[in-house]
Design a protein around this ligand. Structure first.
Ligand code: HEC
Length: 479
C-alpha cells in the first residue's frame, strides 16, 4: 500500500509539476550502492573485506547475536554503543539497512564456500556427499545448443528442448536424433525466451500428448513481441502433429522484454500447472488482469477449471492459480501428498522456494528478500499481511532453475528429497523437507556448468541438464 502511494505520488509530481525539475535535480542523487554504504559506514571497523578489525568479522559464521537476518538488522539499527558499535537507525534508511544485511549474507556465503569448497565432481573420481557417494556420467556430450529441459517417455526415449527453438528426441542410451522434430511451434527466441519447457502427459502411453512451453509472438521490422505460451501435440516420424494451443495470451500482453518467461509444466489430477514469468513488468505481477507474474492452472486440454480462485473476480485472467511471482523456473509436485512447489529467481538476493497455494499472493515486487542488481536497495519489506512467505530463500541468489523430487530407488537415502538446479552459482542442491520445512540443505555438485534442469529418471538416476558447456549428465551411486 505504502509503495503504491509513493509511486502514484511520484507520477503526479512528474506529470503535473514539471517546473519542479530544477528542484528535483538538487535533491539527493541516485541511491547509494550497498558497497559504497558499507565502505563509508562500516569498513573502518569491520574491515574492507568484512573480515574484522575493531569490530568482529562479519563473514566467519561466528555471530554474537545469533546471526539471523533479524539479529543482524537489529545490530545495525540499534548498535551496541557500550561495545563500540554505533546505532545506524538515524543515519541509514530501512532499505539501506536491509541491503546491508543482504550484502553481509552474500559475503558470508562466499567466505563459507572458500573455507569448505562444495564438491566439484569429475568423471574419474567418486564424489562424496552427506548420504550418498556418486559418480558422474556423461549422457550427451555434444550436439545440443542451450538444452533447457528434459522429459522421459515411457517407451524409453527422452525429449530435450533447445532454447533457440529445437525439440530433440533422444534414445534411452543418449543417442540424439540428428534432426530436431519438424513442424514444432515457432518460437520467438528473444533474450531468455525460446523453446523452454517440455513435458509428457501422465497418460502419454495411451494418448501420446507432449506439452511445450515457449515464448510465442511475432516480429515487426525485426523487433520481437512475445510472451510465454503452452501448446500440445504428438510426435509422429519426427514430425510435430495434432498441434493444439493450451494457453496463449491476448495480443496486448506481448512485449519486447527479453526477460522472465518462467515456464515449466507439471500435471496433477487432470490439470496442468505452468508459469508465465513477470516479463520485467514489476507491479504487473500483482495485477490479476494480466497474465505475467502468475502460476496458471488449466485442464490438460486448456479449459479453465470452474473452481480456479479468480474466475469470479471481474477482469481477472481466469487461468490464474497464484500471483505475485517474479520468474519461477522450477515446478515440482511432492510425491507423497501432491503439494506444488516452485522456485523463483529473485533480484540480487532473495531467490525463493515457495509452496504454491490456491489464490496465494507471493509478494513480488512489494516484498522481497533481495535488492537491485546494482546494489541499490529495493525495499526493506520482506513480509506483509496477505502475502505468502517462502519456505526457503537464497541470499546470495543461486539463480534457481529446474526442480525435481527424487522418487527413484537407486539413492534410497535421497528418497523424497527435493533437488534444485542453479544457473549462476552452478550448483545442484538437495533439500530435505519435513512438514513443509527445509530441515537439510546440501550442495551436491558445483562448478561444472550452469544447471538448467534436473530430472529423476525412470531408471532411478538423477539427470542434470547443463549449459556452458551444453550437455546432459547423470548421477549414479558409487557404493
Ligand atoms: C566504530 C566501529 C564500528 C562501526 C563503524 C561499525 N561497527 Fe559493527 N560492530 C562494532 C563492534 C565493536 C561490534 C561488536 C559489538 C557487540 O558485541 O555488539 C559490532 C557488531 C556488529 C554486528 C553484530 C555482530 C555479531 O556478531 O552479532 C553487526 C551485524 C555489525 N556490527 C554490522 C555493522 C555494519 C553493517 C556497520 C556499518 C553500517 C557497522 N557494523 C559499523 C564496531 C563497529
Amino acid at each position: 500500500m505504502h509503495t503504491r502511494l509513493l509511486i502514484l505520488w511520484g507520477r503526479t509530481l512528474a506529470v503535473l509539476v514539471p517546473c519542479l525539475a530544477a528542484a528535483q535535480e538538487a535533491a539527493p542523487s541516485a541511491p547509494a550502492k550497498v558497497e559504497q554504504v558499507y565502505a563509508q559506514h562500516c569498513a573502518a571497523c569491520h574491515g574492507d573485506h568484512l573480515d574484522g578489525g575493531l569490530g568482529g568479522s562479519l563473514i566467519d559464521g561466528d555471530w554474537q547475536r545469533g546471526g539471523t537476518d533479524t539479529a543482524i538488522a537489529r545490530a545495525i539499527a540499534g548498535g551496541n554503543p557500550d561495545m563500540g558499535m554505533p546505532a545506524f537507525l538515524g543515519t541509514l534508511s530501512p532499505d539501506q539497512r536491509r541491503a546491508l544485511v543482504i550484502y553481509i549474507r552474500e559475503q558470508e556465503a562466499l567466505a563459507a564456500q572458500k573455507r569448505t569448497p562444495p564438491p566439484v565432481p569429475s568423471p574419474e573420481s567418486i564424489t562424496h556427499t552427506q548420504h550418498h557417494d556418486y559418480r558422474i556420467q556423461t549422457v550427451v556430450a555434444d550436439g545440443l545448443q542451450t538444452p533447457w529441459s528434459l522429459a522421459f517417455l515411457p517407451d524409453g526415449r527422452n525429449l530435450v528442448t533447445e532454447r533457440a527453438g529445437g525439440l530433440r528426441v533422444m534414445a534411452a542410451d543418449g543417442a540424439l536424433q540428428p534432426d530436431p522434430v519438424r513442424g514444432t511451434p515457432e518460437v520467438v527466441a528473444h533474450g531468455q525466451g525460446g523453446m523452454l519447457a517440455v513435458a509428457a502427459h501422465p497418460a502419454f502411453a495411451t494418448n501420446g500428448w507432449i506439452y511445450l512451453g515457449f515464448s510465442e509472438g511475432w516480429r515487426v521490422a525485426g523487433r520481437p513481441f512475445c510472451i510465454t505460451a503452452i501448446a500440445r501435440g504428438r510426435i509422429l516420424d519426427n514430425q510435430w502433429v495434432d498441434h493444439q494451443w493450451i494457453y496463449r495470451a491476448e495480443r496486448r500482453f506481448h512485449t519486447g522484454a527479453g526477460v522472465h518467461f518462467g515456464t515449466r509444466i507439471v500435471f496433477r489430477d487432470g490439470d496442468i500447472f505452468f508459469v508465465v514469468g513477470e516479463r520485467g513488468g514489476g507491479m504487473e505481477a500483482q495485477d490479476l488482469t494480466r497474465p505475467n507474474g502468475k502460476i496458471f492452472r488449466l485442464r490438460d486440454d486448456g479449459r479453465v477449471p470452474e473452481d480456479n480462485p479468480f474466475v469470479g473476480t471481474p477482469g481477472a485472467v481466469p487461468g490464474i492459480w497464484s500471483y505475485g511471482h517474479r520468474n519461477p523456473q522450477g515446478l515440482a509436485l511432492a510425491p507423497r501428498n501432491g503439494d506444488l512447489y516452485a522456485t523463483e529467481h529473485g533480484p540480487r538476493g532473495g531467490d525463493e522456494l515457495n509452496l504454491i497455494k490456491r489464490g496465494g499472493n507471493y509478494g513480488w515486487p512489494v516484498i522481497t528478500y533481495g535488492m537491485n542488481y546494482d546494489g541499490t536497495p529495493m525495499t526493506a519489506l520482506t513480509a506483509m499481511g496477505g502475502m505468502e512467505q517462502p519456505v526457503a530463500y537464497w541470499t546470495p541468489s543461486i539463480a534457481a532453475c529446474g526442480l525435481a523430487f527424487y522418487t527413484g530407488d537407486r539413492f534410497t537415502k535421497w528418497n523424497g528429497d527435493l533437488f534444485t538446479g542453479s544457473l549462476k552459482a552452478q550448483e545442484l542442491r538437495r533439500l530435505r523437507l519435513i512438514d513443509r520445512q527445509v530441515v537439510e540443505q546440501e550442495i551436491i555438485l558445483k562448478n561444472i556448468g550452469r544447471v538448467r534442469d534436473v530430472v529423476c529418471g525412470p531408471d532411478g538416476y538423477l539427470y542434470v541438464v547443463l549449459n556452458e558447456p551444453d550437455r546432459i549428465v547423470r548421477l549414479v551411486p558409487a557404493e
